[in-house]
Write a protein that binds this ligand. Structure first.
Ligand SMILES: NC(=O)c1ccc[n+]([C@@H]2O[C@H](COP(=O)([O-])OP(=O)(O)OC[C@H]3O[C@@H](n4cnc5c(N)ncnc54)[C@H](OP(=O)(O)O)[C@@H]3O)[C@@H](O)[C@H]2O)c1
Length: 332
């Protein structure tokens, strides 16, 4: 069986505090271009890898390649659901080739006419997260007010566009002027603010949403959640998608304003997108016509080469990404 080089991004040691590029190393090994005796295994050549905030919370095994979502091409398979040449997306590892023994979270690319990298973002896990969080958990109604934090990222940019298509008034926050301009000019948010330049988050929210918030799409947690709670309307919903401001902290920040949940009959509900995979086809059915007919746009931020993966992943926690952060392993 032929053998080729396999470059990998390895977690060097247990993480502590803020993740750094030096927590990772690039090693070069080799891989046999076949699944061998393994039954139900798939050997995938990774093409695009996805940088996602949750990876900070699952990076627990030093010496192993970084686990994560990606898009690739099947090189060899003993699994009845996949054959050589299939384009696939799902759970893989940060290396040139991955032998996936139990491909439970591996799916065929159904719409190969779309850019393949979209399966790391718009059509893959983050885009699907926007759909489940906004429509299933948020239960939006036309005319409602929606506030999205980390609004220019992989999930947030799509939540804002879904909310506009649904007839809502949408405000987003992000961490730079460039991102705020993108929210308003590219994604059609009604208003937006740079939370890093607001000395008083409560005042910033009141300025943009003087009558209050019906749906808060929570991506960051911490101080932002505390500022949002008093600004919620009666019967509001807080969709707890993520809390990126907490992932690098050894001890999580507290929340002071939870009493507003009672005073205003607010429903605050978390969700895990992977509990809803049966709805992914329905999501694609809804989103693809919007993309093809130009009603939805998607911004991607490409880091070229596996070597640049650690910096791209770490950069998520400093707001370096503008749009969905993708690592390009190979474009073929
Ligand atoms: N529930 C689920 O199943 C599920 C699935 C996928 C994702 N998520 C969650 O969804 C959220 C968004 O994920 P994503 O993939 O779309 O990431 P992303 O927004 O593309 O990237 C992360 C962004 O978060 C912002 N950020 C970083 N540190 C921050 C801090 N301390 N305070 C405030 N903002 C901070 C940065 O943007 P700024 O420049 O704006 O600061 C950064 O660009 C994350 O919390 C993630 O864990 C949940």
């Amino acid at each position: 069986m032929a053998e080729v080089q396999n470059k990998r991004v390895i977690l060097k040691h247990q993480l502590s505090g803020i993740m750094k590029e030096t927590d990772f190393e690039i090693v070069v090994g080799s891989v046999k271009l076949g699944v061998g005796d393994a039954s139900n295994a798939v050997l995938v050549k990774n093409l695009y890898l996805s940088c996602d905030p949750y990876q900070r919370t699952i990076l627990t095994t030093p010496g192993s390649p970084v686990p994560g979502f990606g898009v690739g091409k099947v090189v060899s398979s003993s699994h009845p659901g996949f054959e050589q040449g299939d384009l696939v997306w799902g759970m893989t590892s940060w290396e040139e080739y991955s032998l996936i023994i139990e491909p439970k979270l591996l799916f065929k690319v159904e719409h190969a006419d779309m850019p393949l990298s979209f399966y790391t973002g718009l059509l893959g896990m983050p885009g699907f997260t926007s759909y489940i969080g906004f429509f299933e958990t948020g239960a939006p109604k036309k005319g409602e007010t929606v506030y999205v934090s980390a609004a220019s990222g992989a999930v947030g940019q799509l939540v804002g566009q879904f909310a506009k298509l649904h007839g809502c008034y949408v405000v987003g926050s992000a961490g730079s002027k460039e991102k705020v301009d993108i929210l308003k000019e590219k994604f059609g948010f009604d208003d937006a603010f740079n939370y890093k330049e607001e000395p008083d988050l409560d005042a910033a929210i009141k300025r943009c949403l003087p009558d209050g918030i019906d749906i808060y799409f929570e991506n960051v947690g911490g101080k932002m959640l505390d500022a949002v709670l008093p600004n919620m309307k009666i019967g509001g919903r807080i969709v707890v998608c993520g809390m990126i401001s907490q992932y690098n902290l050894d001890s999580h920040e507290g929340v002071r304003n939870l009493m507003h949940l009672i005073l205003k009959s607010i429903r605050m509900e978390g969700f895990r997108v992977l509990d809803h995979t049966h709805l992914h086809p329905k999501f694609l059915e809804m989103v693809i016509p919007h993309i093809k007919e130009g009603r939805i746009t998607y911004l991607e931020d490409f880091a070229e080469g596996l070597e640049n993966g650690p910096a791209a992943l770490v950069g998520l926690f400093h707001g370096h990404n503008v749009g969905k952060q993708v690592v390009v392993v190979s474009r073929e």
